[in-house]
Write a protein that binds this ligand. Structure first.
Ligand SMILES: Cc1ncc(C[n+]2csc(CCOP(=O)(O)OP(=O)(O)O)c2C)c(N)n1
Ligand SMILES: [Mg+2]
Length: 327
């Protein structure tokens, strides 16, 4: 069983880091605003955390708009927060926010605001790595909504025909921006839309160990030259699509998903198996909270970019006008 080979302290740290980070984003956003509009991953953290855990450091990640875990597990927290605040120490020196941003340093492929636009570039990166004859795997995350784009099929088909080292992860949180996925498709599982001859697997996206196991197998297959796999992770988000958007989903379904909270489920399991103590969890949590709080304090005291930096980025570089936050 895969849980015997997992370093549970590390995996729990990854999960708690993502949870505490998202909680802090929400708290700060509701209190005083943040330039980047939060698209919270609260509730679906186990998908990104579990999928990233079994990978090698030089494997490539192509996150969706919501895979905060993929960013957090590769990038120093203070860099991400500076990016969200649009300050000078952020990855673009404040020219844009961190959302959709990539990093060649951390092996993260950037994307655009167009849903699904990163699928074919991710497959292209895998083709590049195969051509270079290295054993890097590319893991690309995308939502159920993105499965409605033509890119979904062109990417799956090309990767399958070429037997490329890709793992496709659908973060099926059952909703696009404002519409339930079951109004858009006539299948229960999005994996059934795939076709193209590639193997698919449905995974409990609230179970971080299940995500580790499924991704480890898919990454092994990709690395051995046996081509791509599609994983469909069933999950749910706790927040509306974005913090400025209304809630369209019903309360009872949301509460039912909260009963299967990925962080609580994993902690309960570890305590039951005597693989961690309450005191150890408390100490990990405290350290993470300090790291996160420090990163936010740094960003809040950091400088905004000067007009010269913004030249050619915005038509109006009047800094006072640009200082407004998204709230
Ligand atoms: C091509 C395109 N169509 C519509 C939008 C507007 N939009 C932004 S996010 C989103 C929903 C995406 O849903 P999903 O892929 O399931 O991701 P989730 O938000 O659920 O994580 C939509 C429709 C967009 N950004 N790009
Ligand atoms: Mg969705």
């Amino acid at each position: 069983m895969v849980h015997e080979t997992i370093n549970h302290t590390e995996l729990l740290e990854d999960l708690l880091l993502t949870r505490r980070f998202e909680e802090k984003v929400l708290e700060v956003y509701q209190d005083r605003g943040i330039r980047e509009l939060p698209h919270s991953s609260l509730g679906q953290e186990a998908v990104g955390v579990g999928a990233c855990y079994p990978l090698e450091d030089d494997d490539l990640l192509a996150p969706s708009l919501r895979t905060r875990a993929a960013m957090l597990l590769r990038t120093p927290v203070e860099e991400i927060v500076a990016g969200m605040y649009g300050t000078e120490s952020g990855p673009s020196s404040g020219r844009t926010t961190e959302h959709h941003m990539g990093s060649s340093e951390y092996g993260i492929l950037g994307t655009t605001g167009m849903i699904g636009s990163h699928l074919n570039p991710a497959v292209g990166a895998a083709l590049g790595n195969r051509t270079l004859d290295n054993d890097r795997v590319t893991v690309v995350f995308f939502g159920d909504g993105a499965s409605q784009r033509g890119e979904f099929h062109s990417a799956l088909n090309f990767a399958t025909v070429q037997e490329l080292p890709v793992v496709f992860v659908i973060e099926n949180n059952q909703w696009t921006e404002a519409m339930s996925i079951d109004k858009l498709v006539d299948v229960d599982d999005l994996a059934d839309l795939a076709g193209h001859g590639l193997p698919t697997e449905i995974v409990d996206g609230q179970d971080v160990e299940a995500m580790v196991e499924a991704t480890a197998e898919a990454a092994d297959r990709a690395r051995s030259g046996d081509g791509p796999t599609l994983l469909e992770a069933k999950t749910y988000r706790y927040r509306p699509h974005a913090e400025t958007m209304p809630e369209h989903r019903d309360e009872a379904t949301l509460e039912a998903w909260k009963d299967r909270d990925p962080v609580e489920m994993y902690i309960d399991r570890l305590l039951e198996r005597d693989q961690i103590t309450e005191a150890e969890i408390e100490s990990i949590d405290e350290q993470l909270q300090t790291t996160i709080d420090d990163a936010f304090d740094m960003a809040e005291s950091d400088e905004l970019p000067d007009e010269e930096t913004l030249y050619h980025v915005y038509k109006d570089t009047e800094i006072d006008h640009w200082k407004g936050v998204a709230k």
